[in-house]
Design a protein around this ligand. Structure first.
Ligand code: SF4
Length: 489
């Protein structure tokens, strides 16, 4: 990721969880207020990107677009939504994985070919952006942003310029893209969904009670507008939807080779979204149960690091027959702020986000469940907080295996230097660093077992180092600065 032009909030710095790349939402609904529906869809997808957002609408002739830095509720108001008229809309929430935090990188992206206007919104990360960008520059294209999404949009324009019609141009453009991409494209006539052949990032199709189609990164965005889940967009699928709600399934990319991001199940997706027909909440609880079977401990109480650790903590408690309770209360209203805390507040650290219940913790042997440890700093602060609240023992249990490898597919798990499990020599080192009495992770096998699905269906590269989509040398060089030797933890 490039340098940011905007200071990240200290709230964000307090959380060393990896950041999701983006969320996308699109709808074809000629009789409805599509901008408002897209606003609510993005509202449900806010967790997937909190740096910028945008909505584009087509009214049959013209395109209207509004995008800016900030949360969905900060960027849009009644006046702005009233100006976004149309019958097709797409929207985007962004966290930067390629390109800096700058309004010019906000999406949807608008490109023109003659009289044809095209908008595009993307979740994921291409691994061959440099090659594609260089190619397009040689063809005379220039770029306003530093995103791979603009490269995709301009590839479509390039293919139209080669005399292809829209459908063939879209297919030809995305056939050249390598990496993770769940993309929405809109024109005055179509809403188009494209998902890479590995299906790394989620994308699903829904339908409203009036028979109008919706596409969203996660099913929770369908729920919020009362739409029903129809199915996932298949890996490698290109789906055109016209204003008469006719689905055109005739095109595809290369053969489907599903490798869904397993971290979506562990942490990124909302627990009320679904995967293969089951709630993400269900998977997280199963991870907790498996973790309890693998790493039992004699203790008084199971607590979670809210909110993402909670379903696994409930599963752990049920399986181990220990009581579960809340002991770290999250300040749910802190959100994202660009106001920098004073030095005094900064010293309070994690307390800006989490406040411990001393009467629950004091004198107890506590099992703390979290979904992942990336850099280790947050876990260390949480253990300190629990210790200061009088816990007798602290046993950390993590519902994912050690994160040892960077992600090239749209998540900001950057270079190996940042990852405590790649840096530390042993589990003992990490336990010592975070300050817990014991620390244990779910096994790789256990994680797969909890999904009740075949291991080959998933990308697990940040845990295993086995990348399902080949990584070009220059990217490897940038992110895998370490020797590629697996650490034993
Ligand atoms: S490397 Fe990890 S975070 Fe990235 S897609 Fe694969 S499982 Fe997901």
């Amino acid at each position: 990721m490039n340098s940011t032009h905007l200071l990240k909030s200290d709230n964000e710095k307090l959380c060393d969880k990896p950041k999701e790349a983006c969320g996308v939402f699109g709808i074809v609904a000629p009789t409805e207020d599509v901008a408002r529906l897209t606003f609510f869809g993005l509202y449900a997808l806010q967790h997937r990107g909190q740096e910028s957002c945008g909505i584009a609408t087509f009214d049959g002739l013209n395109v209207a677009i509004h995008k800016n830095l900030g949360l969905v509720s900060q960027v849009f108001d009644e006046n702005i939504l009233a100006k976004l008229k149309g019958d097709i809309a797409i929207g985007h929430t962004r966290y930067s994985t390629t390109g800096s935090t700058n309004v010019v990188n906000a999406q949807p992206i608008l490109v023109n070919y003659k009289d044809t206007k095209i908008v595009l919104a993307h979740n994921g990360n291409l691994v061959n952006t440099t090659d594609l960008r260089d190619f397009l520059i040689k063809q005379g294209f220039s770029f306003e942003s530093t995103t791979d999404s603009e490269v995709m949009a301009k590839l479509i324009v390039y293919e139209l310029g080669q005399g292809k019609d829209l459908k063939n141009a879209i297919q030809a453009a995305f056939m050249q893209c390598q990496g993770a991409f769940s993309v929405l494209v809109a024109t005055k006539d179509y809403l188009i969904a494209v998902r890479d052949s590995h299906g790394v990032r989620p994308l699903c199709l829904g339908i409203t009670s009036k028979g109008q189609y919706v596409i969203a990164s996660e099913s929770c965005a369908l729920d919020i507008i009362g739409a029903n889940f129809v199915r996932d967009i298949s890996p490698g699928e290109i789906l055109f939807i016209n204003k008469q709600q006719k689905l055109d399934l005739g095109l595809s990319l290369s053969e489907a080779k599903p490798h869904h991001c397993i971290f979506e199940l562990i942490y990124f997706s909302r627990p009320d979204s679904t995967f293969k027909g089951l709630s993400i909440y269900h998977f997280r609880k199963e991870l907790g149960r498996q973790l309890a079977r693998e790493t039992p401990i004699d203790a008084d109480y199971v607590i979670s690091v809210p909110d993402s650790g909670t379903p696994a903590a409930i599963g752990y408690a049920e399986e181990s027959k220990l009581p579960f309770g809340e002991a770290l209360i999250k300040n749910r209203y802190i959100g994202r702020t660009f106001i920098q805390p004073s030095q005094t507040l900064r010293e309070l650290g994690i307390r800006l986000k989490l406040n411990p219940l001393r009467d629950v913790i004091a004198g107890k042997r506590i099992v703390v469940i979290d979904d992942s440890i990336v850099r280790g700093n947050t876990s260390r602060k949480i253990v300190k907080l629990i210790k200061e609240s009088g816990a007798k023992e602290i046993h950390m249990r993590i519902s994912s295996p050690p994160v040892q490898w960077p992600c090239f597919y749209g998540i900001d798990i950057d270079s190996r230097e940042q990852l405590i499990a790649a840096n530390s020599k042993s589990l003992e080192d990490i336990t010592k660093f975070v300050g817990a009495d014991t620390l244990k992770y779910i096994s790789h096998e256990g994680m797969i077992k909890a999904t009740e699905l075949h291991r080959d269906l998933f990308c697990t590269a940040c845990f295993s180092g086995e990348y399902p989509i080949a990584i070009p040398n220059e990217l490897e060089g940038a992110k895998l600065r370490y020797e590629r030797t697996r650490q034993e933890v």
